[in-house]
Design a binder for this molecule. Structure first.
Ligand code: GAR
Length: 239
């Protein structure tokens, strides 16, 4: 759809696949569903939620909303003699062919996805990361007060939050970015910066980070669905 043309009945809905795990509670999935219900994300629906662990609370949230909920366990796959890249290819194929997904959202997904997956969704998979990232491979990122901190790559959930506290950073935050084969280096769509307070624990800081994640993830998806994101030379351009 060309940019800035409002959705009119008859246009096809953008089908979103949300990938989660049991490391969180699916709170970002819930924020996405709410934003669709409220019309903040237009012309879209969550077509399927996939977890690589069957005890992910997000699967229960999906079922309550009558959304297809699928478990695809990597360990099962390996037990059946398949490889890690077979898993990526099978996941890509499932989302593309069976669920006809147009956009994949990693909202608490813990497995790195290789080119075998990405080839099904080039520039159509976005990741939510609990750390501030630059677009590309720079080691550092500038906070709003001018302080430079090291980008937090390769750490998940609580570990990424703990790292920011341990480093004594004045702030940390979350990033929504397109994925590329280079982990945590894809073009950035939105970041939210969150101040670290003197008595912060992982729990108190992560709570404030998640409150922001619940805003920036739906916002990034809304921009995608309105066709307002283009990628040029490894950077996101807002059209
Ligand atoms: C989110 O905080 C997200 O940033 C993080 O998982 C959490 C899921 O929370 N993602 C990663 O760590 C991936 N590197 P939720 O289940 O409450 O939405």
């Amino acid at each position: 759809m060309p940019p800035n043309i409002p959705f009119s009945p008859g246009d096809e809905m953008i089908r979103i696949a949300v990938l989660i795990s049991n490391k969180g509670t699916g709170s970002n999935l819930a924020a996405v569903i709410k934003a669709i219900d409220r019309g903040e994300i237009k012309n879209a629906k969550v077509a399927v939620v996939v977890s690589n662990k069957e005890d992910a609370y997000g699967l229960i949230r999906a079922k309550k909303k009558k959304i297809h909920a699928v478990t695809m366990d990597l360990k099962d796959f390996i037990r059946r003699g398949k490889s890690r890249t077979d898993f990526d290819a099978a996941l890509g194929k499932l989302l593309k062919k069976e669920y006809k997904a147009d956009l994949v959202v990693l909202a608490g997904w813990m497995l790195i996805l290789s080119e075998k997956f990405i080839k099904y969704f080039p520039n159509k998979t976005i990741n939510l990361h609990p750390g501030l990232l630059p677009s590309g491979d720079a080691d550092f990122i500038k906070l709003s007060d001018g302080t430079k901190i090291r980008a937090i790559r390769g750490l998940h959930t609580d570990d990424a939050v703990q790292f920011a506290i341990d480093q004594g950073y004045p702030a940390t935050g979350s990033t929504v970015h397109f994925i590329t084969p280079k982990v945590d280096q894809g073009p950035v769509i939105i970041r939210s910066e969150v101040k670290i307070l003197p008595n912060d624990t992982v729990e108190t800081l992560y709570k404030r980070m998640k409150d922001e994640e619940h805003k920036i993830l739906p916002k990034a998806i809304a921009l995608f669905c309105e066709n307002k994101l283009k990628i040029k030379k490894g950077r996101v351009i807002f059209t």
